[in-house]
Design a binder for this molecule. Sequence first.
Ligand SMILES: [Zn+2]
Length: 721
Amino acid sequence: MKVCASILFPLPLPEAFDYAVPEGMDLSIGDHVVAPLGKREARGVVWDLKSDDGKRALKTVSQRYDAAGLSHTTVRFVDWAARYLVQPPGIVLRTILRGEDSLMPSPTDTVYRLTGRPPARMTPAREKVLDAMQALEAPTAAEIAREAGVSSGVIKGLVDAGALESFDLPKDPPFPDPDPDRPGLDLSELQAGAADTLKRLVRAGGFQCALLDGVTGSGKTEVYFEAIGEALKSAANGQVLVLLPEIALTQSILKRFTDRFGAEPAVWHSGLPPKERRRVWREINEGRARIVIGARSSVFLPFRNLRLAVVDEEHDPTYKQSDGLIYQARDLAVARAKIDGAAVVLASATPSLESLVNARSGRYVHVPLPARVGTAVLPQIETIDLRQHAPPAGRWLSDPMVAAMKETLAAGEQVLLFLNRRGYAPLVLCRDCGHRMTAPDTQTMLVEHRFTGMLVCHLTGFSMPKPDVCPNCGARDSLTSVGPGVERIAEEAAAHFPDATIELFSSDMTGGAEAIRQLVGRMERGEIDILVGTQIAAKGHNFPHLTLVGVVDADLGLAGGDPRAGERTYQTLVQVAGRAGRADRPGRALLQTHDPEHDAIAALVAGDRDAFLDVERASREMLQLPPYGRLASVMISAQSEDRVEKAAAEVARCAPMADGITIWGPAEPRYGVIRGRWRRRLLVRAERSVDLSAYLSAWRARVKQPPSVRVTFDVEPYSFV
Ligand SMILES: [Zn+2]
């Protein structure tokens, strides 16, 4: 019986197509091929091999690439993810594949080295070359010629005379093999205990998931390093994936990997130059890159033999990708490891409720890591009740906050003021007519950025100079800034402490990752007295002289329709409070709040996470929200309000009837219009027993809308704007 190949193309097609296999072409599942598709040739992947009775007229596979094919587990992962995310499998495949050059062997440079045999005849030019070669490492002919100041003929002459020899050096060199046996830092007794549990889990083989639940500063990284070492030892070609949020900003973590395993790991994030991406992808696909550290998109790398996936800061909301293919990287990493039969370590100081519930039910192995390493103790957390200590109008720092800052600065220590709001003021309005400055295409409030003099929409990036006259009533100089952003807090801090060095730390700093690294360096060295920062300042940095964290508005984020709002506020506040006092000095955190009795804030002050979680869990259980039920969002957008209303009603009507499913909406989301498109949302809640992906697929199949109407399915939505 002949064999035919099902080929999946990285395109939004509903399924793989069958092709005849030409005589002499040996195909396996996962192989990269080219095959005719319509009028053109397209790249695809062999998805299945089936017997063929030869009765159908099939087109023939044109070409097979010499590169290693996708592993069987990668193929299964694509199928699983497509079903789970309610997408055609080709769309998921598209996120896995890279350019054709990633399937070719690395391009090479011809480079030169000394043979150690001097030429029979020496000339001054030849001597210059031999001298220059002492200082050069594998130079090209052009580099030698430039360094020695000779023509390329001299180099050729030396090759002919046997004094130089050429060889090919890959432009994308392989990653050096890590050494799992290098000794790590000395572990405390608690760390060693946690590391043993993780190592046992890795050694046991097969899928298992552990939650490494350790307070800030407890030394989680060193603990999961032990698990990584074990995974590397478990198989000669075993691979490890480490997911980190904000990887592009955290250079210090790379150094820790290099110190621990004696070799630099492969790194993957969207900021990499194309050449480096090609190299990383090829080395992973060929099974030669053993440790891969990456941002969320690295769950789609073509691992050959994944033995361990680590998700650091597993609760971090940036693991959710909300544009294009919508996914949650932590959840996909767990699924991927399950398919590969690999171990998973989820690490966090403030685990998500989902992961904690899994740990308590025994689905995950719970590995608590209570104490901090070294002498540092957890910061003391106190609230400042703004109802009693209201700052004067137009000011946001209360008297007790300013007094604490004064004390800290007098002791030669540092202050972090935290406010998760970029810019100068979140709202600009006209004093005369009350007109609010909004973005023309989204109706969102424009945020004033005083350093640049612009009004900016944080949702779409729209910006305009701040006008001199009100666009509504024409009054001059009537536009006034309402509420604080970090720029305004920095201004207020400067008014209180004119001699202090004050810097801003937010994601719209100019100069990108390099500027951020330099700022972090200045803060670490104690060159900054007061740092005023947003969320980005709360992440992973270790500032040894920081002893006071002031949270300007602890209530921010508790309102709104997001079921995870309380949890996220709690996580952020723990994280930011944890920045204080990490070296040998105790730290304290002060939270300004109008609602000190709120569950999240009271639990934080009491240091009682379990109390907070119990309340949170009970309310989610009552409402059947995640992790007790499952959520999906169906977003409909169109070019006019009229059309979106009609389309949303249509989509809602198509929803299949099913038990255990509740549908809310269509409703207008917080941003009713984005980039000229009107939006409506349907929210789907499913009981845990319902196969939500199957339900959504059936629904999607019934939706018939013109291409001008977009219908986006989001499983486990994180954003409710
Ligand atoms: Zn006005």
